[in-house]
Design a protein around this ligand. Sequence first.
Ligand code: ADP
Length: 359
Amino acid sequence: MAELSLQHIDKIYDNNVQAVFDFNLHVNDGELIVLVGPSGCGKSTTLRMVAGLEDISRGKLLLDGKDITAAPAKDRDMAMVFQNYALYGHMTIYENMAFSLTLRNENPNVIHKKVLAAAEILGLTTQLNKKPAQLSGGQRQRVAMGRSIVRNPKVFLFDEPLSNLDAKLRGATRREILLLHKRLQATMLYVTHDQTEALTLADRIVCMSMGHVQQVGTPLELYDTPNNIFVASFIGLPPMNFFDVVFEDGVLKGKGFEAELTDEQKDILSNYVHKQIVLGVRPEDIAEGGSTPMLVTANENLGMNTLVHGYIGDRDGNRVSAKLRGWANHKSGDKITISFNKMHFFDKETTNAIRKEAQ
Ligand code: ADP
C-alpha cells in the first residue's frame, strides 16, 4: 500500500527562482501518474522533492498518511530510475542489481533470489554476467529498473527514463514499463516532456507549465476536454489548430471562414456574443468537404492518414493542418474545402476553456 499526498508544495531554489507553485496531488495506491510539460516547467524538481533529493520549500508531503516532508531520501522507501541509467560500469549486471541490497547487508541467498526474480521479469536472465557497456541502451534501462525492483520500494519514480533511447526502442520500452506497472501494481510517478508517453502510460496525467499545474486528469480528459489553450496545444500530435473568431449572428466568424454552431454550442457561448473567442480544432477532427476553403501548401502521406498543411482561404488566412483519412494527393496551391467535426472554445483573454456552466 502506498498513497502519496502532495499538499501546497512550493519550490524556491537558492537563487530565488521559484520552480514549483502550489502543487497539489493525491496519488492513489497503485496509480501511475505522469508529470508532463515542456522543458523547465518544474517536473523534475517536483519528482526530486518527492524523492528527497531536493528540499521542499513550503507545503507537505505524506506517504500513507505519514508526514515525510523532511525525511532523508534513504528513509523514504522510494526508488528512482534516471534518464542516464546511472549504472556502475565496472560491475556486472548482477552486481549492479544487487548493489543496494548488498549495501544493506541483506542475506546473500535473499539477494540472489530477488535479483533472479527481477531479471526474469525484465528478460535479463542471460545478461547477468555482462558489464553495462556490453548491453544496448534499452537493456541498460531495464537494468536500471531491475535495480529498483529488487528493493521492493513503496513508490517508483521515473525521470525521463526513455529519452536516451531511439524512437523504436522507446516504444518497446514504454510498453515494458506499462507491463511492469500492471505486474507490480506499484505506485509510480513518471516524468516526461513527451505527450505520447503521457497519453499511453498514465492512469492520470498532471500537465504543467512554468511551475504551475494546468490540469490533472485521465489521458482522455486532457485530450477531450483540455482546461485551457496550453493543455490543448501540448496534448495531441500534430497540435491543435487555433483560430481567432467572434460569435455573431449565431455563427463563429473567423478570417475567411464562418463555422456553424449547434444549439448546444450556441448555449455554451451565450455569454460570449460579440466577444473574442479562440476556436480550437484538432487536425484529426478536420474532414475534407464542407464550407471552409483551404489553400494547400504541403501534403504528407503517412499511410493510413495524410497530413495536409496550408491556410484557411488564402495566404492571408490562419495556418491550418488537417489529418485526413486515407491517402490524399493534394498539391501545393490546390484549393480544397474542409469542415470541423469537433470544436473547442477558449476565452481569448484568460485562455481558459469555455464550458457549459454547471447548473
Ligand atoms: P523540467 O524537469 O520540467 O525540465 P526542472 O524542474 O528541471 O524542469 O526546472 C524547473 C526550473 O527550475 C527551471 O527554470 C530550472 O532552470 C530551475 N532549476 C532547476 N534546478 C535548479 C537548481 N538546482 N538551481 C536553480 N534553479 C534550478
